[in-house]
Write a protein that binds this ligand. Sequence first.
Ligand SMILES: NC(=O)CC[C@H](N)C(=O)O
Length: 354
Amino acid sequence: MTDAYVAIEGGHVLTGRARAPGTARGELVFTTAYTGYEESLTDPSYAEQVLTFSYPLIGNYGVRDERFESDQVQPTAVLARELTDDVAEWLGSEEIPAIDHLDTRDVVTDVREEGAMECGIAAGPDATPEDALAELDRCRGMSEHTDIGATVSVDEPARYEGDGAYDVALIDCGAKGSIRSSLMERGADVTVLPYDATPEDVSRTDPDLLFVSNGPGDPENFEAAQALVEEFAGDLPLAGICLGQQIVAAALGGTTEKMAFGHRGVNQPVRDLDSGRVVMTTQNHGYTVTEPGELDVTQINVNDDTPEGLASDALDVITRQYHPEANPGPHDSLDFFDDVLAMADAQRVAPTAD
Ligand SMILES: NC(=O)CC[C@H](N)C(=O)O
């Protein structure tokens, strides 16, 4: 049955089957991951994006909220070759339009050839191609969502007690839950602070480590988080993941830019420049650091040499462009969390002389 339409930048309209009704718009992105659909669908980094799964069958092991990375579905719409009833019902219950019976290989090839594109979606018994085109017309580029942080961040600080071994201030720019749990499993208490927290808000929690989370959109639109990094660099150890790496670099004299279509999937090879070791990593980003400013590039993407890890021994900073917390994806890089907490340990043992 054809009752769903995807209008892609340039005016091309794909047809498919509505699995959850509604209209939506967003940047057309993809993941090649073959598992982890619950984790990806609840990752706030996908806000204002339409997520295409290139793996042909999505939903074959059900939907369980213990695997969620946040408490709601985050992409504005979902495209697939075949969605199971479980996933379709979940998306329907969250009013997220979903379309399957699409040739998602074609969609992904288009995005890889043309670069990031906007799209409009219309699905359901009354949907028309014109509805999808009207959504496309209203779609804005990711960088134009200037206050996207407000849509994904906590409003108020929230404290999570681990074993009290460390106190981490986690700036929530759209944080995945498993960043917090990876820190707590290693003994940290975590205070999650809003994306626009002030230096006073951070100081009040008296942290051992300032951690800037992943999140959606353009790092240039996270000015408050950049100001925190500027304020605390050199005084507190700093860590960042994905958007967090971009924010930390931009705050410390670096630059970022939009990539052609980004790094997407759970098998992105990353080389550590010191050890020469290559790890497989989970990635879903459309921006990248171009100049690292005061930081050193410590890891690069094997496919395109872009910076995947940044650090400064002098300032106690370690960041990653990929997702060491996995969920979904390989667990090869979980030691990142040990490394950032070791910075907090080192600073407590040997406080810098004033
Ligand atoms: N996963 C993320 O944190 C994404 C970072 C940023 N929004 C980008 O697209 O580059």
